[in-house]
Write a protein that binds this ligand. Structure first.
Ligand SMILES: NC(=O)C1=CN([C@@H]2O[C@H](COP(=O)(O)OP(=O)(O)OC[C@H]3O[C@@H](n4cnc5c(N)ncnc54)[C@H](O)[C@@H]3O)[C@@H](O)[C@H]2O)C=CC1
Length: 299
């Protein structure tokens, strides 16, 4: 089965390439700029048609959350209209699309994990642009799976785990927000879930479970809890360590507002697809170990 993935250098795209290495039943083709540019609609359909997908994974996005506040037009062009064009081009060649979305479509109020029935109310340009993308995808291709995920990290690209390890190389203490809660999610686990979905979809004309799903690491924590686990694991493997000091969101102002409660209920995904992500501490430890081992082997 041939998966065509947008966002060539992204965490999810690179994780899919890595996970598919061990799976002779999957071939993963990654597309990126300039041949596929979500901000240039005319590039999208030709690039996808040439790549001959059995399934498209729409993982490219404008993900600079704070910068999006200053570039709303570009964020909406890429995450909203661009995502819609990908889904439309995929529908035109008769294939399904798996599209990645985000916890930031919620406002972060409330005390329980969000379900797929909860009403979106984004508080940032990024969140609003991703919600526009969900609507555009759903309208353009009825054969869609929209996966909302959160707090994504991996051995690739830029993410919170790599930031903590980098800061710990030259600081004794790192101040981290303690009053935002969520589910850290390894992009490698997202990749495994996507391969599971792809196998269920392939050649199954009767597949009737299209729609919106939440998929995230199992268990929850705060950013500071996440940071402590990363640095404790690093120390255990002989890597950099720093103490973590809890601070409040108000003490760490950012341009874009983040949801205080980012927790996603993955019950629907589990019951429909029989699949759950590993628990977040174990998954995080594996990525930290992978990063430290790579660093040592690279000298
Ligand atoms: N990183 C996170 O914490 C979260 C990410 N998501 C979503 O998951 C998906 C994957 O995220 P990541 O892999 O972490 O993102 P990433 O930031 O690692 O990768 C995004 C990719 O999209 C590409 N891209 C940006 N603008 C483009 C354009 N105009 N045309 C073509 N490609 C373009 C970038 O070059 C990059 O390769 C995205 O849809 C994101 O919105 C959802 C929740 C949390």
């Amino acid at each position: 089965m041939r998966l065509v993935v947008t966002g060539r250098e992204g965490q999810v795209a690179r994780s899919l390439v890595e996970r598919a290495h061990a799976r002779p039943d999957f071939e993963v083709v990654v597309l990126g700029r300039p041949e596929l540019d979500l901000a240039k609609p005319e590039t999208i359909a030709p690039a996808l048609a040439i790549a001959r997908p059995d399934l498209v994974v729409s993982a490219a996005a404008y993900t600079a959350v704070d910068q999006a506040e200053d570039e709303p037009d570009l964020a909406f062009a890429v995450n909203g209209a661009g995502a819609g064009h990908v889904a439309e081009a995929t529908a035109r060649i008769g294939k399904p699309v798996i599209h990645l979305s985000t916890d930031y479509i919620f406002d972060g109020g409330g005390e329980r994990a969000y379900t797929e029935n909860d009403k979106p109310a984004p508080r940032s340009v990024y969140g609003a642009s991703k919600l526009a993308g969900e609507h555009a995808v759903a309208k353009a291709n009825p054969r869609h799976l929209i996966l909302r995920t959160a707090w994504v990290y991996s051995p690739f690209g830029r993410n919170f785990v790599k930031t903590m390890l980098r800061l710990a190389t030259d600081r004794d203490e790192i101040a981290v927000v303690a009053d935002q809660w969520g589910n850290p999610t390894s992009a490698l686990d997202i990749a495994d879930a996507i391969l599971h979905l792809a196998a269920m979809l392939y050649g199954n004309k009767g597949f009737a479970s299209f729609g919106v799903y939440h998929f995230a690491g199992t268990g929850e924590t705060s950013w500071s809890g996440f940071a402590r686990h990363i640095l404790d694991t690093s120390q255990a493997f002989g890597g950099p360590y720093a103490r973590v000091r809890d601070i409040a969101t108000v003490d760490y102002p950012t341009k874009a507002q983040r949801p205080r409660n980012s927790r996603l209920s993955t019950e629907k995904f589990r019951s429909v697809f029989g699949w759950t992500a590993p628990d977040w501490p174990g998954a995080t430890s594996r990525v930290v170990e992978q990063l430290l081992t790579r660093r040592i082997s690279n000298g």
